[in-house]
Design a binder for this molecule. Sequence first.
Ligand code: F6P
Length: 548
Amino acid sequence: MRDSASPERQSLSERPQWRSLARHRGQIERLHLRELFAADPSRGERLAAEAAGLYLDYSKNRITDETLRLLLELAEACRLRDRIDAMFRGDRINTTERRAVLHAALRAPPSERIAVDGRDVVPDVHAVLDRMTAFAARVRGGEWTGHSGRRIRNVINIGIGGSDLGPVMAYEALRHYSQRDMTFRFVSNVDGTDFSENVRDLEPGETLFIICSKTFTTLETLTNARAARAWCLRGLGDEKAVARHFVAVSTNADEVAKFGIDLDNMFGFWDWVGGRYSMESAIGLSTMLAIGAENFRAMLSGFYAMDEHFRSAPWTHNLPLLLGLLAIWNNDFLDAPTVAVLPYDQYLKRFPAYLQQLTMESNGKHVTLDGERVDYQTGPIYWGEPGTNGQHSFFQLIHQGTRLIACDFIGFCQALNPLGDQHDLLMANLFAQSEALAFGKTAGEVKAEGTPDDLVPHRTFEGNRPSNTILGERLTPHTLGALVALYEHSVFVQGAIWNIDSFDQWGVELGKALAKRTAAEISSAIDPVLAHDSSTNALIRRYRNLRK
Ligand code: F6P
């Protein structure tokens, strides 16, 4: 049993600060954003903060100054400052995997010193960056050719999870800055359709595969990598071609060598980089090939600017801290179990998918660091689509459904593809949506428009729906880095307060183990003895019969 008298061992929900927030929720529930804005004409400017090129307006949350004060007190009580320092210092804060958590070292300038077990890792980071830079220059400049001497025109990243979602998100987000005479594709799914459709129009002699896998043991990635090697050899007919058409990104040199990739063509990283925190490591090689080393380093500078802000800015103006605390407030106290991420920028179309792994693999945990079952909600569900598309599909539920959904709107003031007044229209929609969600439309207002009485309830908008708006000047590599780091640290803040390990992912293991056993049963030449539950047995039998 936990000793609830000791503050160190006290469950989060027993802490006085948590209890104060729970009581405070009663007061907030009676307030409407309409009243909060009416009572304070400067609220929209006051409840906002800015850093690393990003402006966060959090005024449309259901909070008062008291809410913020209580949330900051909670952060203090949970010793957030110590937790932040421990992460940046390289302590093994990923306790269940006994690892340091140092993605911040990936974007540290050469002048910094960050030690893991007494060894400064910053020079190692920059050595890999320099190798990536040289390689990217050779490929982009046409100096690195394929086996038959043809220029590399296609780059295919094969990886899954953090070895796919970051690279594909970054490529799409920064496509505007990419080398347009090259094609970039991303294969992740073990479904053969993914590989087949992605290579069908490509020439093996012009195609470079980047096999991205932290562990280099992931079933999907190795299966697709083998398919890629077979496809390449079918086209080029010579084992030696592998050396010109395959590079690996991994922490596991032994497995890379076993696969047959020359270690000269391997770009490394380290166990203190989590898969979902790795897009700016060598895992971002496809990003660098697409946008060039200079833009890649500009992206790192955006990450770094947000890191520095997170470490040093006062808490009342600290963007990741505020975003994280508001996520806890909405999730745990206002019963809003999901966050809709709504980028009003087509280039960010894969950003919600990227955030899903970052947030949900990190904070989808049900026990504390000490292994105790939590009695509060942890990681909210993140989902979303670019605006304005989402407005014509699921926004109805956000505006008038029975559940409270927190929203993060993301937009930029300058268009990368100016087309008439389309960017103004796009941004007008962003501002209109957050306004409509917050303020709604009362029955009185609807009636005053001459709406028939029977339609008034249908056309009334309650409002009081919380949202954040993140505004940047322009989507650049620097801004993207800052945006990703903002969410990374916000996830950290949430996990630190919930007292969970945001950096492990044991929840993916059971399914992997069962799939291995099931795959053997499916492919068995003789009818296997199935010892699953009756549902799984019947499904496997049916599948075996029909696949014949
Ligand atoms: O299965 C989950 C996971 O381990 C993720 O955490 C990771 O990003 C992904 O698989 C891919 O792992 P790897 O890079 O080792 O292939």
